[in-house]
Design a protein around this ligand. Structure first.
Ligand SMILES: Nc1ncnc2c1ncn2[C@@H]1O[C@H](COP(=O)(O)OP(=O)(O)O)[C@@H](O)[C@H]1O
Ligand SMILES: [Mg+2]
Length: 195
């Protein structure tokens, strides 16, 4: 309109914008934490595991690998990590730590103990189950990082169980994954021969 003075603010109210962005980030982190808590299957002894309570001098190389994995995590550049070694060498502890550290950065991740997953999948076959196997599996296929812990534990190296593990690994190709196993390469070879 002629003669009317119009003032408009160029740019943004940066402080407010920053505050909204920060709140959004916090909301995302809370959501990611819920995804981790609701879907992870973790042994009781590992529930409190994190980078802080890992004694790095006991397994310095593994610690560095795990810390680097978090530092270099990039959705556009998927990377897998494979922890292989004897029982009690911190593989699961470090994997839980990575998963939690990434959740705290706003990524979605779940930690799955495979023996626990097999029990849970079997429970979905019960007709009273609230969840179908497909719903359970879909949650694992979508996350930014999946940890599959204890591949081949309890002699579950053939038949139905290994089939399930391969199904998940196959669906997860092209995404970030961490796999752990107490089996040696020779154990894998012999389980393949007898499968
Ligand atoms: N370097 C470490 N610092 C602190 N606790 C550790 C360390 N390594 C292993 N643990 C603890 O010892 C137990 C066994 O470790 P875990 O990560 O489950 O071994 P793995 O998966 O290699 O069999 C867990 O309770 C874990 O928290
Ligand atoms: Mg373990």
């Amino acid at each position: 309109m002629a003669g009317e003075k119009v003032t408009s603010k160029i740019g943004c109210n940066c402080k407010l914008y920053e505050q909204i962005k920060q709140e959004q980030k916090e909301a995302d982190k809370t959501r990611m934490k819920r995804i981790f808590d609701d879907n992870s299957l973790i042994n009781e002894s590992l529930k409190k595991a994190n980078f802080k309570n890992f004694e790095k001098d006991r397994f310095p190389a593994a610690y560095k690998t795990a810390a680097d994995y978090v530092r270099n995590f990039d959705l556009a550049d998927p990377a897998n990590l494979f922890f292989q070694g004897p029982f009690g060498t911190g593989k699961s502890h470090l994997s839980v730590s990575i998963s939690k550290a990434l959740v705290a950065l706003g990524y979605s991740s779940v930690f799955i103990s495979l023996p626990k997953l097999y029990t849970k999948i079997r429970s979905t076959y019960n007709k009273d189950s609230e969840m179908t196997e497909d719903q359970l599996m879909q949650a694992l296929f979508k996350v930014d990082l999946l940890v599959l812990d204890d591949i081949g534990a309890e002699g579950e190296t053939k038949g139905w169980s290994i089939g399930k593990a391969f199904e998940i690994i196959d669906q997860r190709s092209g995404k970030h994954n961490i796999y752990t196993t107490n089996l040696s390469s020779d154990d894998f070879e012999s389980s393949r021969d007898t499968a």
